[in-house]
Design a protein around this ligand. Sequence first.
Ligand code: BGC
Length: 345
Amino acid sequence: MSTITTTPFVTTSGGRETHLYRITNSSGWYVEVTDLGAAITSIVVRDRKSYWRDVALSYRTALGFEKGGEYFGATVGRCAGRIAKGHFTLNDKEYQLATNNGENHLHGGVFSFSRKVWNTTIKKDKVMFTISSPDGDESYPGRVDVIVTYSFNDDNELTISWDAASDSDTICNLTNHVYFNLNGEGDTSILDNELKIDASKYIEVDEGLIPLGIKKVSHTPFDFRHFKLIGEDIFKEDVQLERGSGYDHSFIIRNNPCVIASSPRTGITLTCSTDYPIVHLYTGNFVDVTCENGKNGHTYTSHAGFCLETQMYNDAINHPEYPSVILHKGEKYHHKTTYKFSVQR
Ligand code: BGC
């Protein structure tokens, strides 16, 4: 069984003290999470030569978590991804959210879940973060109570579950924004990490990265049905890759495990399974973190990490053809994802 230890972490700009919670399994592999943004800050595993490698990017300052456009490791909400022009209608009422990404709303707004200090409960081998987001928070309707639970077991499975409920109808789409580099964080590029995604369809986007429609991956750079280096097609001439400055696209997944990623150099392998319909692959195209804010004094630039954000469809509230993201009063929101780590010899 895993054990949990607590240490002090950074102090926020508002003077709140935060903490790191280390979940260590019986092999000594560990995951660290913090109450600041209910974020993952480290995933430390052994590579094929038995060297310890931390495969998650993070910030070392409160400023990074509070302002960083990368959302390293953070819990993202209320609505992960983009909402076109920050606008939607629910029960005949119109809502205008912050437009914090060009003309669109991104990752829950300005002082979103990723930027807040959460309450913590340690339950046996699990760390649970809770937050109560009041009615009108970031202009979203209804009070939403959220629980994010992290565990890391002896099978090296990092499991995240998100639970939520609201006192009136609202919208909700929670995810985690951890960036992996299976060479080890601090290594400059994930372009030599291999990826396989069980998806025959992805979602094309417009210039503002708002969904346009569902397309087949066959004969496109988005075909990851067989193992392929992330860098193999990323610089190919393709209007979708241009719009994202790389991969910044949602894949409609078929079966679990939905994604397998691996570093040929370290042998570290990541297998992702989820009960949600989308994996959003983001290849860290806009990452820009100086050594003052990067973990271990590391500078992170474009393609220093990749994200596999499990979620509902982007902008689903404005696309009746996509599964609904409406969380009705009295309903229970539940979403679970497991990232399992192993080593190929
Ligand atoms: C988005 C990107 C964005 C990144 C960091 C991803 O989920 O799709 O466009 O740059 O998050 O904010």
